[in-house]
Design a protein around this ligand. Sequence first.
Ligand SMILES: *Cc1c(COP(=O)(O)O)cnc(C)c1O
Length: 361
Amino acid sequence: MHRINNFNPGPAALPLEVLEQAQQELVEYGHYGMSVMEMSHRSKVVEQLNEETQQLLLEILGLSSEYKVLFMGGGASMQFAWIPMNFIKAGKAGRYILSGSFSEKAYLEAQHVGKATVLASSKEYNWGKLPAVNDIELGMDSAYVHMTTNNTIEGSQFQIFPDTGTVPLIGDMTSDILSRTLDFTKFSMFYAAAQKNLGPAGLTVAVMREDLLEECADTIPTIFKYGTYIQHKSLYNTPPVHSIYMMMLVLEWVKRQGGIAELEKRNIEKAQLVYDVIDSSGGFYKGVIENQHRSNMNITWRMLDVNLEKRFVQESECNGFDGLAGHRSVGGLRASAYNAVPVQACKALAEFMTDFQKRNG
Ligand SMILES: *Cc1c(COP(=O)(O)O)cnc(C)c1O
């Protein structure tokens, strides 16, 4: 078998070790005579898997039991609706920092539910940089502040986070959770769909300070309440058991690598390899995002000639790369170098880019 250099934006690369372990355990998990997909979610085995996975995530994040881990479905997009449903009460408003199209989607979804306003936005710059967030003005009627820590489509990433005082800060960390060390306690809640850095699609993880629950609306259906998930340790109804199992394997892999700190080092090295080629190409490749706001997860760039972009993607696919076309809404090129993408893949990409320029520059 030949594993290619997978730069897909999500669903995305998984560590080979994880896939191999899952393969070994596919037909029989432990010594239970069946796979994990065939077990009752009420069984002791799944109950334990569920709780251990939640614990391990907190441990890797360096968070205490003050925080709870919730396993949900519906993707990050479902959270866009659930957050306002749970937290915008009469007389209160959700405050949104807009830094890319996913953050805007979250904001537009909130408007279906209640009052939502924009605190800061870089839309007028075509998302080419991040809005300033160091001195935002929060009204007394703020239910929460929502931001997207890494903009997957555009390729930007926040290094500075707003001080929201007593107003809960909520982060969509779908495309950079576990990729860098952060003071997670700045956030009252953060969430991530699994299919970028945590595992396969089907599972969405929310991490929430338990006291945030006091803010939750009680007029919404049980299944939409965050409290329901916390109260039942995410076993109120059937969770995506197999995706949770896969995430457990990914978390164990993260721990074996040396945790977030070690992965962060590799991620910086990986992104730098590609950015160096872009920056030294004399304009042949051109980064999309202002340098100080660039993402180490999603590296985006353009080429002067759109036809060359097409050729770049075609040739890359013939040379053992996948996933390098930019998002369909913006075009251009994008390399998503999530945790599971090895340094070697980024070296290979940097070499391919240099060679492509020699042949076409
Ligand atoms: C991928 C992504 C989403 C959308 O996730 P779904 O699981 O498809 O709903 C939302 N926000 C960010 C930051 C993402 O990267």
